[in-house]
Design a protein around this ligand. Structure first.
Ligand code: GDP
Ligand code: MG
Length: 598
């Protein structure tokens, strides 16, 4: 196809503003799906995604659209995930586009992730088409939302399109706008081929599959190609596009988007942001790549039954092959035995992996409290990365401990500003700015330790703002603070998997809180059980689980309340996950109690 007739675009939105629904409507209008398929949200493929209503894996679709000018255009719609944990996927997908539809729920207005996504789009010089969604709802306020986009983002909204992804209002206008306002890709047909890898996944029959956006030249089936960053060569054995069904093709020209297969063993060999070129006549310079992603949150995953250790290892390998952002290595815990230390992008990513392990691989697991990565500087000047609090070197060898700091951007109606500021302050936040987006909406920026964000900050934020606040965050660096290790002991046995690194000022409160929580969670035994919190050898809090058996109601841990509740209900249905520690049975909830601090 002539590249003048190609349009590459994404849909960006805050979660629940209607991105997936709009993508489905676009597929309907371009006739890509049968009636039966239209019933389902086609772009959210995995079961878990459908249940959670989020899109984990970016999906890219080729559509043919005949515009009012009579020409048939080739549209590539690149779906992007909408949660902060997956921002890196948004960013790499946007790099493959010339434009984006900015979907804003007209009953809600601009939210934190609307802004974060728009900045990513502007960074990539994309043409942005604002879409004001859900105008079928009586509470939709198009004028006010338009004003907010103009004030907060500084985006011209004269061409904003009022729409309802649900009823179909505005969809025809959106498609015309895509053709008219998003520039065609520019690329040199005769140059050495260069294609950007922006996604990859593992297919058990084909090996790693890479999704590419061709910039210059042509990539053909049968061609010997080179991945410039890894220096490896492969023969392209298969090529295809999603229409949205996988359809075989034989070549991709400038501006086109599709997938390549070529005996690639693992997604680890397919570096996101790498450039594919011709192996015989390679391009001299690669395309500008993008940032590598690093796991931010670590937790131990242990089988409740040690006989499942090998199965767990296999399952983790498979998940890693499909998701390079998820990492793992063998780990042992005195309390929990043999298992793995796993790294995730964030808590949602962690929960999704845990859920997949249990559901798809049928494993019974204990996941320990998540921890951030601390930088521990020793007296000899060397630095150790600490992903597991139990492994923190003793204080007498330590010069200082630094922790990751996130810049939080919180959007909130002005009525709740005081409550949000108090919460941020309590979480060791350092205020950066307070800005009025409109007369009654405020943007608050704080630098805050990631560990404080992990401990149910989102829940707390929602509760102090009656659900109205939204947040976004990014890593800005590391900062030293007065951090110490807090250990929990059960009948004198240290529960290494429950150790946490905390600020000294909070150690007593946290220790007491945990001891009280564990008292409720640890089932009664035939004898009395002592639960202690300790800093080094000094016990700072103690509770006692009285002897005699009695049913104990499980306590909830932190995070998004409705999602967690569902998870807990599911947990209750199945066998209650327990682990013998010394002589005491400890249930899964104990390890996550740390996340819920009152
Ligand atoms: P995403 O998280 O941005 O992908 O949002 P979804 O497409 O999953 O939509 C979130 C919710 O809003 C779903 O319950 C949709 O049915 C609903 N929704 C999406 N678009 C509209 C709309 O135009 N009108 C109404 N009334 N509901 C909508
Ligand atoms: Mg969605």
């Amino acid at each position: 196809v002539d590249s003048k007739l190609i349009r590459n675009f994404s849909i960006i939105a805050h979660i629940d503003h209607g991105k997936s629904t709009l993508a489905d409507r676009i597929l309907d209008v371009t006739g890509a799906l049968t009636a039966r398929e239209q019933k389902e949200q086609f772009l959210d493929k995995m079961d878990i995604e459908r249940e959670r209503g989020i899109t984990i894996k970016a999906q890219t679709v080729r559509l043919d659209y005949t515009a009012k000018d009579g020409q048939t255009y080739r549209l590539h719609l690149i779906d992007t995930p909408g949660h902060v944990d997956f921002n890196y996927e948004v960013s790499r997908s946007l790099q493959a586009c010339e434009g984006a539809l900015l979907v804003v729920d007209a009953t809600q207005g601009v939210e934190a992730q609307t802004l974060a996504n728009v900045f990513l789009a502007l960074d990539n010089n994309l043409a942005i088409i604002p879409v004001l969604n859900k105008i079928d709802l009586p509470s939709a306020d198009v004028e006010r939302t338009t004003r907010e986009i103009e004030d907060v983002i500084g985006l011209d909204c004269s061409g904003a399109i009022p729409a309802s992804a649900k009823t179909g209002i505005g969809i025809a206008e959106i498609l015309e706008a895509v053709v008219e306002r998003i520039p065609a890709p520019k690329g040199d047909l005769n140059a050495a081929p260069r294609a950007l890898i922006f996604d990859s996944w593992y297919d058990s029959y084909r090996g790693a599959v890479v999704m590419v956006r061709v910039v210059d030249g042509i990539i053909r089936k049968g061609q010997k190609v080179r991945f410039m960053a890894t220096g490896r060569d492969y023969e392209v054995t298969e090529m295809g596009v999603f229409t949205p069904h996988a359809t075989a093709i034989t070549e991709l020209g400038p501006g086109e988007v599709g997938f390549l297969v070529g005996n690639i063993k693992s997604v680890v060999d397919t570096k996101i942001g790498d450039t594919v070129t011709d192996a015989v006549h390679p391009a001299t310079t690669p395309l500008p790549g993008f940032k590598e992603v690093k796991p931010m949150v670590f937790a131990g995953i242990f089988p409740t039954d040690s006989a499942q250790y090998e199965d767990l290892r296999d399952a983790l390998s498979k998940l890693h092959m499909n998701d390079a952002a998820f990492v793992f290595e063998p780990d042992t815990s005195e309390a929990l035995g043999f298992g793995f230390r796993c790294g995730f992008l964030g808590l949602l990513h962690m929960e999704i992996i845990q859920e997949r392990l249990e559901r798809e691989y049928n494993l019974d697991l204990i996941t320990t409290a998540p921890s951030v990565v601390y930088h521990c500087y020793l007296n000899d000047g060397s630095m150790k990365s600490i992903e597991n609090p139990a492994k923190l070197p003793p204080p007498n060898l330590t010069d200082r401990i630094e922790e990751p700091i996130f810049r939080m951007t919180v959007h909130v109606p002005s009525a709740y500003v005081g409550a949000v500021l108090a919460l941020c302050q309590e979480r060791r936040g350092e205020q950066k700015s307070i800005q009025y987006a409109s007369s009654d909406r405020v943007i608050i920026t704080y630098d805050m330790p990631l560990s404080e964000v992990l401990f149910d900050f989102h829940d707390k934020l929602k509760s102090v703002s009656r659900g109205y606040a939204s947040m976004d965050y990014e890593l800005v660096g590391y900062r030293a603070d007065d951090l110490i290790k807090l250990d929990m002991l059960v009948n004198g046995d240290p529960l290494d998997a429950l150790s946490v690194i905390v600020h000294r000022d909070k150690a007593y409160a946290r220790g007491r809180d945990l001891a009280v929580k564990l008292k409720d969670i640890v089932p009664r035994q035939q004898y009395e059980v002592a639960i202690q919190a300790a800093i080094g050898s000094k016990v700072i809090a103690r509770t006692t689980v009285k002897a005699m058996r009695k049913d104990v109601t499980a306590k909830c841990y932190g995070g998004d309340i409705s999602r967690k509740r569902k998870l807990l209900e599911k947990q209750k249905e199945g066998k209650k996950r327990m682990k013998m520690v010394g002589s005491v049975e400890i249930p899964q909830e104990a390890f996550l109690a740390i996340l819920k601090i009152d």
